[in-house]
Design a protein around this ligand. Structure first.
Ligand code: MG
Length: 159
């Protein structure tokens, strides 16, 4: 087996009156992430990590934010398509690991639910998905709650 690692990063601004979706899970808040799709920055970082491991271009290339077809699209659909894209090239997704940086809301109580949603979209087992949440300790724009960001890595194997 030949292994390939990939990295992804994404950030979206928090704005009032948008739904908040992270890792495919909807949060009950009166603010959400701004963007063309559902703006799920965790899922976007995972998509870019998987694409990066296959040395493919980023999700903006596959799903341009100028295309009305992707307006408010569920990012789990994008993740399913990304996994299909690398599978087509002969890769198997081995595992992923991600960290979400959010000052609010509290993510810890929903991490298991997020893992389950991401497992459904990727075909991974929940215990092949690492997921952590941290705050930015009040530092900078993330610390002031202006945005939520996510880092992710993914491992692909090819026979
Ligand atoms: Mg994004």
């Amino acid at each position: 087996m030949k292994y390939r690692i990939g990295h992804g990063y994404d950030i979206h601004r928090l704005v009032p009156g948008r739904p908040l979706v992270l890792g495919g899970v909807r949060f009950d808040t009166d603010y959400g992430l701004d963007g063309h799709s559902d703006a799920d920055c965790l899922t976007h970082a995972l998509c870019d990590a998987i694409l990066g491991a296959a040395a493919l271009p980023d999700i903006g290339h596959f799903f341009p934010n100028t295309d009305p077809a992707f307006r408010n699209i569920d990012s789990q659909e994008l993740l399913r398509r990304v996994v299909a894209e690398v599978t087509k090239l002969g890769f198997d997704l081995v595992n992923v690991d991600a960290t979400v940086i959010a000052e609010k809301p509290k993510l810890a109580p929903r991490l298991a639910e997020m893992k389950a949603a991401l497992a459904r979209s990727t075909g991974l087992l929940a215990d092949e998905i690492g997921l952590k949440a941290t705050t930015n300790e009040g530092v900078g724009d993330l610390g002031r709650g202006l945005a939520i960001a996510a880092h992710a890595v993914a491992l692909l194997g090819k026979r």
